[in-house]
Design a protein around this ligand. Structure first.
Ligand SMILES: [Fe+2]
Length: 178
């Protein structure tokens, strides 16, 4: 499964919470905040939803993504190999931007390393084919382990939030029930 849209009640309130609380960063960045951080702990409608669907207990952290106009490199999210499914919530400038999924058609991928502990797959040396894309008109379960990137061809920042879990969601819940 690449992605699946889900209905989160009070989505507008949740979006307003993040839009109001999250500071605007000067350049594209993805930062993670703990489960008890003010961004997540202060968002009552989102916690109520996660409790209702029995997922709050499995929340690991919240990622906040701000992508300025450009196309980010194709990647899979590091450190999430065993917990591929995130719940992503669009917050700002999500109608005219999208996330594209890819598969390797030919060529070699390689492991890029910056430090001893940090490595990821470098897809720039392979020929990639777009297999799907998602326009977030609402929240969605998202598979972070399929190569993907954010495409922002607008002239404004795109803001989204990603809830990450301690377990693979398919092991703890029927995704069709969401
Ligand atoms: Fe990603």
């Amino acid at each position: 499964m690449l992605y699946k849209f889900i209905d989160i009640p009070q989505l507008e309130e949740i979006q307003q919470h993040f839009l109001k609380e999250v500071p605007r960063w000067p350049s594209s960045d993805h930062r993670n905040f703990p489960k008890d951080s003010e961004y997540l702990a202060g968002c009552t409608p989102l916690i109520e939803y996660l409790e209702k669907v029995n997922l709050w207990r499995y929340v690991k952290y919240i990622g906040i993504l701000q992508i300025y106009p450009h196309v980010s490199p194709i990647h899979v999210d590091r450190g999430e190999e065993n917990t591929p499914y995130a719940i992503n919530i669009p917050v700002y400038n999500y109608i005219d931007t999208h996330v594209a999924f890819y598969e390797v058609v030919s060529g070699e991928t390689s492991i890029a390393k910056t430090t001893e502990d940090t490595q990821w797959t470098d897809y720039s040396t392979a020929e990639m084919k777009e297999i799907d894309r998602i326009y977030y008109h609402k929240a969605a379960i998202f598979n972070t382990q399929v190569p993907h990137h954010v495409c922002n061809y607008t002239d404004d920042v795109r803001i989204s939030v990603s809830i990450r879990f301690t377990k693979s969601l398919i092991d703890v819940i029927d995704l069709d029930s969401l």
